[in-house]
Design a protein around this ligand. Sequence first.
Ligand code: HEC
Ligand code: HEC
Length: 391
Amino acid sequence: MKVIKKLGVIATVFLLLILSSPLFAQSGTDSGGGLESVIKIMIAVTVFLVAIIMWLVLVYSEKSETAEQSGFSKLMQLLNQRPPIEDEQKLLLDHDFDGIRELNNKIPPWFMAIFYGSIIWALVYMVDFHILGSGNVQEDEYAEEVQIAAMEREILNRSGSLVNEESVTRVDDVAALASGKDIFVKNCAACHGMGGEGLVGPNFTDEYWIHGGGIKNVFKIIKYGVPQKGMISWQAQLDPTQMQEVGSYILSLKGSNPPNQKGPEGKKWEESDDTESESGLLSDKGVGEIQEIILEDIDTDLAKMGEEVFVAKCSACHKINKRFVGPALIGITQRRSPEWIMNMILDPEKMVKENKIAQQLLAEYLAPMANQNLTKDEARSVLEYFRTQTN
Ligand code: HEC
Ligand code: HEC
């Protein structure tokens, strides 16, 4: 009876330890590290238990020579429940192999405690992670990390520290252009004219640029200036986002045809690889085995099959209507050519290596698009499904 009571104490302590760990985990986490701290606590508890047991074994082996029952040897006895040597006769099983005989020893309580403990742990884990879903399974955790990374990037982007002459893109939202105009009027109009028609500095409204057109060249000149020609470097006064905005504003002046224009200076700038324009995007077929796809009327059966493939193979990273790990895919067929979409599905690695749009997407989303090994027919069906998801 006494033994059972003691056993109960051990089991309870063990249980409490296990149950308390998810609580620790919740309070002690930073963003999304729940699983990590649960694992840490599990490891800590295990190490702690192993340490105690080893220590006890040490102490026990020292003490066992002295006959007197110390507290430690009592505890050892409690953990092991080994029967006294005199009782061995009772435990002997009655079989005998070549003189080797077997004792019907009980499984020691410490072992049972760990055994039941791990079953309970598994239950708690299963309920937490797979039924309630309050813990993150690996896949969610990945998605969450990617989202956090995207958010951090967004913050960096806003602060402008990621915008440089290599990465700068032309912005065209109204707020950014308005802010660009503001900066222009305050800082640049004195030399470049209120409407960008050119004064001391060159005209921004024609197609001629001394140092090359396009946002990257313009940004570079704004940032570093051409001091020997009277154009100062602005990086001390303007932050990168502001330089991006004013650069985009300048580019938006093209063709505005203000009065008193200064004559052309420099070379005519051809925006040959202008991937920013819609038609440029739609004519890009990507790289891969799909060269030509001719679209006919939407085949609803095929689209239905495509939807199934999409749900099974893509929805872990893509939602139709909102950004997830990858981009929202609504209206994708209005943004990209069918060949590009198929190539992206069938061989994203190659696309990211060789296609400019795919590279820009990767830079924006930070995570690579996974190759889900679809067959050509499956990819075609997904394309058909995308055709039904337009805005
Ligand atoms: C003190 C006069 C002055 C001010 C102020 C000034 N610029 Fe300039 N800018 C110039 C001159 C002069 C050049 C021509 C440099 C050359 O010939 O290489 C120039 C050239 C440029 C070019 C390159 C044009 C080309 O054809 O390649 C850009 C872009 C530009 N400026 C943007 C700006 C912006 C943006 C501002 C305000 C933030 C600004 N500038 C303020 C005098 C000025
Ligand atoms: C592991 C996550 C993941 C899976 C699974 C995944 N994708 Fe993607 N996908 C992405 C990411 C991230 C991007 C954007 C960044 C890039 O291109 O690397 C992307 C980009 C795309 C694009 C280009 C979107 C655009 O705006 O141009 C298409 C189309 C696409 N995925 C389709 C699919 C299809 C169809 C499937 C299923 C067969 C799929 N993806 C499975 C993560 C994924």
